[in-house]
Design a protein around this ligand. Sequence first.
Ligand code: SAM
Length: 248
Amino acid sequence: MERNSCFDNDEYWIYGRSILFHKTRMRTTFLEINKLIKLTGLEGNRSVLDLCCGIGRHSAELSRRGFAVTGVDITEDYLRTARENAVKENLAIDYQKADMRDFCQPDAFDLIINMFTSFGYFEDAQDDRKVLENAFVSLKENGKILIELLGKEVVATGFREKEWLEYDGYTVLAETKIIRDWSWIMCKWIIMKDDYKKEITYSHKLYSGTELKCLLEATGFRNVRLFGDMSGAPYDHNARILLIVGEK
Ligand SMILES: C[S@@+](CC[C@H](N)C(=O)[O-])C[C@H]1O[C@@H](n2cnc3c(N)ncnc32)[C@H](O)[C@@H]1O
């Protein structure tokens, strides 16, 4: 399948890597997984799919805790890092290269996670629906899905058109635009370090809590709940992320 999104080649992921996976984010993964386990009630040696696993920070942490983990991503460079790290730690993680619109393994998982705004990348709304349908089929009966992304309301309450950010010695000028009647966000990052300067742009769909909830329910998920952080706070004016959990 064609990679019909702004992330249509590896350039964004390779140049954005140091910013996306900066040290603080890597370090907080441990706590994130603590909260995720509590929120979803995950226990024992259950099977987890980390859909769009990136360099495998959540996959590795879940595997360390004894869960059977499959990590799926489309970016070869990230999968290479994820596999190398798993080998170093002797973690048996099944990393697979696939497009999230194609990956489907019927009745295989107790939990599917999709973390850090890895949903809403496609121009065609049917593609997002396809991702959810595949996830639904891939879950065992009573299995759960958890998606964490930048919700429309979260963007609206903290909107900044221009922002200077610092990550591990990189300075980033982030410019953000809201387009298509508040349904998409478009970002330009100018990444600088010493003589290095690289500009990357990306855009993705902006889901409101209710829009995403309706989409999950239309796919067949039940007991769909929204949260504003990983501790399970309500999705309200204080929300820092949009977190959605649904059951098969
Ligand atoms: C923002 S990163 C998040 C990575 C990881 N979930 C984390 O929290 O560290 C989004 C990930 O989605 C992957 N991705 C983008 N388009 C994809 C597609 N069509 N199918 C599968 N993975 C995709 C990228 O390669 C990248 O690793």
